[in-house]
Design a binder for this molecule. Structure first.
Ligand code: S3P
Length: 166
């Protein structure tokens, strides 16, 4: 088994919202590796970052992604930093991967609406988000089989673009 579509992209790109809608449209189950990591650890992603540190989270995430890629046959959303792991990027080469892109201003605005993102709660969320985009854009593009812009676009429109690109 293998996911029909894997979604990657920065925090705030709409992976969960779009992924759930997409799964509905395809009549498939939706799975999110952040949820898998939290379930395995028995605590929230924020608590893992605070109590165990980012490297511990990344190790758990890498394993959760490998497991989900091997056993889930629906729509799979990865955490925004999952592509940092080389093993994950290699595994993604065998899958249909949609990169949901979001620009700096809109990404900062969307992520600012939530307090659940441990990497973006610092003093300068804009600078943090910019550094994150600069470092990761090449990685998202390396693994993606299609790229969809989500800036100022309703989730339904993004879903339609993903479906058109499958
Ligand atoms: C992270 C993104 C989060 C979550 C963790 C780290 C990142 O997922 O995995 O907070 O490094 O970008 P979302 O992209 O779903 O917010």
């Amino acid at each position: 088994m293998s996911p029909r579509v894997v979604l990657v992209g920065p925090p705030g790109s709409g992976k969960t919202t779009v992924g759930q809608l997409l799964a509905e449209r395809l009549g498939l189950a939706f799975r999110d590796t952040d949820v898998d990591v939290a379930a395995t650890a028995g605590k929230t992603v924020s608590d893992i970052f605070t109590q165990d540190g980012e490297p511990a989270f990344r190790a758990m995430e890498e394993q959760a992604v490998a497991t989900a890629l091997a056993e889930h046959d629906g729509v799979l959303a990865l955490g925004g930093g999952a592509v940092l792991a080389e093993r994950t990027r290699k595994l993604l080469a065998d899958h249909v991967v949609a990169f949901l892109n979001v620009g700096l201003a809109e990404g900062v605005r969307r992520t600012g609406l939530s307090t659940a993102r441990p990497l973006l709660t610092g003093v300068n969320p804009r600078a943090t988000f910019k550094a994150l985009l600069d470092a990761r854009l090449p990685l998202y593009r390396e693994v993606a089989t299609l790229e969809v812009d989500t800036d100022h676009r309703e989730p339904q429109v993004v879903v339609a673009d993903v479906l058109a690109g499958l």
